[in-house]
Write a protein that binds this ligand. Sequence first.
Ligand code: B4P
Length: 198
Amino acid sequence: MILTQKIMRIVLLGPPGSGKGTQAALLRDQLGVAHISTGVLLREAVEQQTELGKKAKSYMDAGELVPDDLVLGLIEERLGQPDVARGFILDGYPRNLSQAEALDSVLERIEQPVDAAVSVTVNESEIVDRLSRRAIEEGRSDDTEEVIRNRMRVYAEQTAPVAGHYARRGQLREVDGMGSVEEVNQRLLDTLENPDAG
Ligand code: B4P
C-alpha cells in the first residue's frame, strides 16, 4: 500500500471533539507512525504529579491552553525519540500560531518537516454531544458543559488560525468529521493517499 511506503509527517487539526485523538490512534496503526498527543502527554504529567503536571492542571481544568513554554518542552522531548524517524501524527499540537512557529523550528532542526496538515471539521452541536457523552463514559475533568464551551471559544480564537499557517504553504487538507469513526477514517486515508483529489 502506497501510504505505508512513504514517510508520513502529519499535523491533525480540529476542534475539541472532532475526533482527532480517535482518528490519530487509528492512523498510527494503519500508517505505522508515532502518535503524539499533547493532551495525552499533559494528562500523564498531571496523573504522575510532575512539576509540569501540577502547573498544567489548572489550565486544563479551565479549558485554557497550557502555557507555550511548558508544552514546547514536552513536545521537543517527544520528537527527540527514535520512533519519530518513521513519521508521526501530531494530535493537539500546534494549538496557536506561536506553537506553529516553534514547531517549524524544531522540525527543521531534526530535518523532519511536516508533509501535510489535515483539518477535521465537525459542527458545534455534535461537539457538545460527543464530549458530553465522553463525560459520562470517562469522567474527564474538562468535559463539563461550561469547560467544553470555553475550549470551543479558545479553539476559535487561538487554534483555528493555525490552519491558515499550513494553507499558506499549500499543505492544508480538509476532511468532514461528521459520520461514523470508520467513515471519517476512510476519508482521512483517501485524503492522505490522494491529497489533490479533495
Ligand atoms: P486534548 O486532549 O487535545 O483534547 P480535545 O481537544 O478534546 O481532543 P480529543 O482528542 O481528546 O477528543 P476527540 O476529538 O478525539 O486537549 C485537552 C487539553 O489539554 C486542552 O484543553 C488544553 O488545556 C491542553 N492542551 C493540549 N494540547 C495543548 C497544546 N498544544 N497547548 C496548550 N495546551 C494544550 O474525541 C472526542 C470524543 O468524541 C471521544 O469521546 C470520541 O470517542 C468521540 N468520537 C470521536 N469520533 C467520533 C465519531 N465519528 N462519532 C461519534 N463520536 C466520536
